[in-house]
Design a protein around this ligand. Sequence first.
Ligand SMILES: Nc1nc2c(ncn2[C@@H]2O[C@H](COP(=O)(O)OP(=O)(O)OP(=O)(O)O)[C@@H](O)[C@H]2O)c(=O)[nH]1
Ligand SMILES: [Mg+2]
Length: 202
Amino acid sequence: MAGSDTAAPPAVPAAAPDTVKILIAGGFGVGKTTMVGAVSEITPLRTEEPLTVAGLDVDDLKGIEEKRSTTVALDFGRISIGDDLVLYLFGTPGQQRFWFMWNDLAIGALGAVVLIDVRRPESSFAAVDFFERRKIPFVVAVNGFHGLHPYPPEEIRESLALPENVPVLLCDARERESCRDVLIALIDRLIADFTLRSPPPT
Ligand SMILES: Nc1nc2c(ncn2[C@@H]2O[C@H](COP(=O)(O)OP(=O)(O)OP(=O)(O)O)[C@@H](O)[C@H]2O)c(=O)[nH]1
Ligand SMILES: [Mg+2]
């Protein structure tokens, strides 16, 4: 029959991409919402509320005087890495009074970005501690406000007493490419950890 031996093979349905939950964490006003918004390929979900006079004694706005709102629950965004991997990004709230939500947000997370404001690194110490205690792999991303990076990554690693296997990256939370590089470094770390844990083939 004409054309029967040239028929196209049946279409193989494309496999669904793997999905991974990632947290974007760190102290108050370090740029978490900015990072999720910069890198997300969908309009991010935000739960921002205005900062009010009532919080003036509690919220330390030194260095972030222009800040007008704060995350009260979470940020949510999504980014595809190639055809095979989709990252679901969950930004945490930064203010201490909302930290009780971090435990729930961390459920099912494979890894995290701990974002640090280069001018106030101490505001993210608790985030480093949070992921170390729970043995959730993380990378440290140093947000150079106004694009300034006065300290090399190794100096930041020493000051945070981070082990060698925790990547430290300089970034700009407003720049998509910069945030994407941070996420790719995290995926590389997750793959390296997984490879180390997997038994060698027999
Ligand atoms: N100049 C400059 N401003 C930034 C940068 N990253 C964030 N900002 C600004 O800093 C402020 C705080 O950023 P957010 O993204 O809201 O920080 P956050 O960590 O989500 O804050 P919380 O949710 O309140 O903890 C906002 O006014 C941002 O526009 C940066 O790299 N450079
Ligand atoms: Mg926020």
